[in-house]
Write a protein that binds this ligand. Structure first.
Ligand code: NI
Length: 136
C-alpha cells in the first residue's frame, strides 16, 4: 500500500533534486525519493557491522554552560572507541574538536550522533573510512 506525505525543501535543493532526477531518468519525484530511501538504508544496514575508522569534527561554543564537560563525558562513555582527541581554540567563542574513532560503523555513528546532538554544538561531521578488514 502506498502512503502519501509531503516534504518541505529549500528551492535550490529542490532544483538540484529535479535536475539529478532527470539526469537519472526518473519519471517522477516519488520514484526518485523511494529509491534514495532504499539505497540509503540498505547501505547503512550493510555497513553497520563493518569495522571502520572515523573522524568526528565538532564546532561548539565554549561559553555554552557545561558543554565542554558534556563533550568530554560522552567521550569517556565511548573510551574504547576513541583513538585521539585534538582540541583547537578556533576563535574567541568557538572550539573545534577533532576526534579520531574506531569500531563498528554503527557504534561510531552513534557516538557521533550523541556528540552532535548536544546543545550548543554548531556543527558536527563524521567521516568514516573502512579498512576492509577487522581492526584490533
Ligand atoms: Ni577551546
Amino acid at each position: 500500500m502506498l502512503k502519501r506525505f509531503s516534504i518541505s525543501l529549500e528551492e535550490e535543493l529542490l532544483a538540484i533534486f529535479d535536475e539529478q532526477m532527470k539526469a537519472r531518468s526518473y519519471s517522477n519525484r516519488s520514484e526518485a525519493i523511494r529509491d534514495l530511501i532504499r539505497k540509503t538504508f540498505v547501505k547503512e544496514e550493510w555497513e553497520a557491522d563493518k569495522q571502520v575508522m572515523g573522524v568526528i569534527s565538532l564546532v561548539y561554543d565554549h561559553h555554552q554552560h557545561k558543554l565542554q564537560e558534556k563533550v568530554t563525558e560522552v567521550q569517556h562513555d565511548y573510551h574504547h572507541h576513541i583513538v585521539s582527541t585534538t582540541h583547537v581554540h578556533m576563535d574567541h567563542d568557538n572550539c573545534l574538536e577533532v576526534i579520531v574513532v574506531k569500531g563498528k560503523a554503527r557504534e561510531v555513528q552513534e557516538l557521533s550522533d550523541h556528540l552532535t546532538a548536544l546543545r550548543g554544538v554548531r556543527d558536527g561531521n563524521l567521516a568514516m573510512s573502512s579498512t576492509g578488514k577487522a581492526l584490533h
